[in-house]
Design a protein around this ligand. Structure first.
Ligand code: NDP
Length: 246
């Protein structure tokens, strides 16, 4: 093996399926040791098999991201074992529910906020010192076009993604003078379980695969990235600079 991330340590959340699985696999293909996090052990084991049979290596972390203490302990374990983290991909997420805003159940609202927003903040808090300890720390936070589109019935999911983008932009300004680069990603509609849940009537074959989408995202983890505080739009294959809505 030999790649752009040889000897680097990369954490990927939501690595048991979909876009996160493919990002993890491809980061390992670039030589990174992947720390793969999700709840579903079967999906993580499948990923581990695939990475190993391609000559790579992974550490599996079966964790529910609503366990904030677990996120803090993960930071401690990475610090103890490697003393740094080179790449963080905060990819795990939930759709919650598509519903008129006044009909969303409090439990669903809170769970979606917890996994999509609070856990992302907690990961950042836990891992920021380790990413700063790398000579080329790269953070990628998964957003969505929903953060900006204000579509009817998407308020909950959209609010969580807008919150993630806001955290990324502030974090980028806080770390501008360090080696750390932090960006958000809009993967665009992708052939995964989440997309099928959101759009059950759609033919998945019309959408790009998670593997194709991941291939556009993985270069954001490379040491030569200079952009920070931006949104990378996969479909347009370029960084967007955030602009306040008119
Ligand atoms: P999937 O539903 O296919 O995968 C979601 C991943 O998140 C799974 O690995 C799941 O693992 C993990 N996850 C969910 N809840 C938790 C939890 N409580 N604790 C730990 N892990 C959790 O989604 P996609 O691959 O489609 O989405 C990946 C990211 O891309 C998401 O942030 C999504 O919002 C974003 N996105 C996706 C789009 C699409 O069209 N697919 C479009 C725009 C954005 P497990 O269940 O094993 O815990």
């Amino acid at each position: 093996m030999g790649g752009r991330l040889e000897g680097r340590i990369a954490l990927v959340t939501g690595a048991s399926r979909g876009i996160g699985y493919q990002i993890a696999r491809q980061l390992a293909g670039e030589g990174a040791h992947v720390v793969a996090l999700a709840r579903t052990v079967g999906g993580l084991e499948e990923l581990d098999d695939e990475i190993r049979s391609a000559g790579g290596s992974a550490t599996l972390v079966p964790l529910d991201l609503s366990d904030m203490g677990g996120i803090d302990r993960l930071g401690g374990a990475i610090k103890e074992r490697w003393g740094r983290l080179d790449v963080m991909v905060a990819n795990a997420g939930l759709l919650g529910i598509l519903s008129p805003i006044g009909h969303i159940e409090a439990k669903v609202f809170e769970k979606t906020m917890t996994v999509n927003v609070t856990a992302t903040w907690r990961l950042i808090r836990s891992l920021d010192p380790l990413l700063r300890a790398s000579d080329a720390g790269r953070a990628i936070v998964m957003s969505s076009g929903a953060a900006h589109s204000a579509k009817a019935y998407w308020s909950l999911y959209a609010a969580t993604k807008a919150a993630c983008e806001a955290m990324v932009r502030s974090w980028a300004n806080e770390t501008m003078n360090t080696q750390l680069r932090v960006n958000a990603v809009n993967p665009g509609a992708t052939r995964t379980r989440m997309r099928a849940e959101a759009m059950p009537g759609e033919d998945p074959k019309t959408l790009p695969t998670a593997r194709e989408v991941a291939a556009k995202i993985v270069p954001l983890a490379f040491p030569d990235v200079t952009e920070t505080g931006k949104i990378f739009d996969v479909r347009e294959n370029r960084f967007l600079t955030y602009q306040n809505p008119a």
